[in-house]
Design a protein around this ligand. Structure first.
Ligand code: EPS
Length: 388
């Protein structure tokens, strides 16, 4: 499976084409719309999310609620486009119109300046229109299709916020993926610890008043994943590495941890490795899951536990100092509309990019021209692994 996304933040629409899905997989626009709505939510979102009501149109690859095995095209309209038709016109416009909403004062921490240098854009709007996190809409749309595939294969996935602006949620040692899902879904900041919810919301309000932004950490859990996805034989076949790329590929994400993560630097090996056990009912298991479901770049059958850290959004209402690229004079950076935090929304994006990488790996490993074939070969493999 492969996919590409296209579209500018204030262009007419966003598009994705997914190639390589099995035929006969159930898929409805409603499956995708649910994820798109989840991405739009979360306390701390800004004005754009009041304008948009993201809805997908499936324009190829699906018939009567099932995939055809042909490329699936997904289209999401930008409602805001109606306010940007001249600024974002594909046709030529006159010199005066070219100056409308022009950006010449790059925002520190954003793609603006380096993107302009690289592509020779003197209007930095040409950079920010694509580097905007609006693009994550399509990564979520694609991820929703991947999630549907995983759900049909009884693989469960949940995401939640563990840190927001320095406030840490406490996470019970024994909590099921279903419960993480339910609790985070009922929280405006996607935390499973109700004692920090109010504090986080207050911090978001205060941050907004200060014209500032905050970042945080999100955690993704994936359960009932078969052992043996990914491979140890080449660096670029390691599945944990592919997941790390997908997460750091999300706008503003700066780092990834698996299981105990960076804490592994502070404890001996006996506290990091997970002892192996076997029983007739469960097959091979690990007594603990410090390694977060990966050994040798492959899934080991335990729950995948990944954390990603998101820096605060660099678009600030109280802007930092920058330089005007026309005059070279010091100026405050451009002010574009922004969110005071997008960490809760980003946890939804994270879930979806993780789902995409995992679905892709499953499709590569098992016979998957048709969805029936895929289900049968995965079931046989699960049985084989249990008795290995
Ligand atoms: C976003 C859309 C953007 C921003 C935000 C996230 O829309 P607009 O630029 O029209 O306000 O709200 O992105 C950023 C702040 C950023 O710096 O990328 C979205 O759809 O998630």
């Amino acid at each position: 499976m492969r996919y590409l996304t296209a579209g500018e933040s204030h262009g007419p629409e966003l598009t994705a084409i997914i190639d390589g899905l099995p035929a006969g997989m159930p898929l409805l626009a409603a499956d995708i719309n649910l994820e798109l709505a989840r991405r739009q939510g979360g306390y701390g979102r800004g004005g754009r999310m009041k304008i948009e009501k993201d809805q997908v149109r499936i324009t190829s690859g699906v018939r009567h609620g099932k995939t055809l095995g042909s490329p699936v095209t997904l289209v999401v309209e930008n409602r805001d486009w109606k306010n940007w038709q001249t600024v974002m016109a594909t046709e030529e416009v006159d010199a005066k119109e070219q100056k409308l909403r022009q950006v010449t004062r790059p925002r520190p921490g954003h793609a603006d300046l380096v993107g302009g240098m690289k592509y020779h854009h003197k209007d930095l709007r040409n950079v920010l229109e694509r580097s905007s996190a609006r693009e994550t809409t399509m990564r979520v749309a694609v991820g929703a299709v991947a999630k549907k595939l995983l759900k049909e294969l009884e693989i469960e996935i949940a995401g939640h916020v563990t840190v927001l602006g320095g406030i840490k949620a406490s996470i019970p040692a024994e909590i099921s993926i279903a419960e993480v899902k339910e609790r985070s879904e009922n929280s405006e900041v996607r935390v499973i610890d109700p004692t920090v919810e109010e504090k986080m919301k207050q911090l978001i309000d205060q941050t907004k008043k200060n014209g500032d932004t905050i970042g945080g950490v999100v955690e993704i859990l994936v359960g009932n994943i078969p052992a043996g996805l990914g491979s140890y034989v080449q660096w670029d076949t390691k599945l944990d590495a592919k997941l790390a790329q997908a997460i750091v590929g999300i706008n503003a994400f700066k780092g990834v941890e698996f299981g105990v993560g960076f804490e592994a630097a502070n404890v001996p090996g006996s506290k990091v490795m997970d002892e192996i056990i076997w029983s007739k009912e469960t097959g091979y298991r690990r007594k603990t899951n410090h390694l977060g479901g990966f050994e040798g770049g492959m899934t080991n059958g335990e729950t995948i536990i990944i954390k990603g850290v998101m820096k605060p959004i660099p678009t600030l209402y109280k802007p930092l100092m920058s330089v005007d690229i026309q005059t070279k004079e010091p100026y405050k950076a451009s002010v574009e509309r922004s969110d005071s935090t997008a960490v809760p929304a980003a946890s939804v994006v994270c879930e979806n990019v993780v789902a995409t990488v995992l679905a892709n790996e499953i499709l590569a490993k098992f016979s998957s021209d048709s969805f029936e074939e895929l289900k049968t070969s995965l079931a046989q493999y699960r049985q084989y692994v249990k008795n290995f």
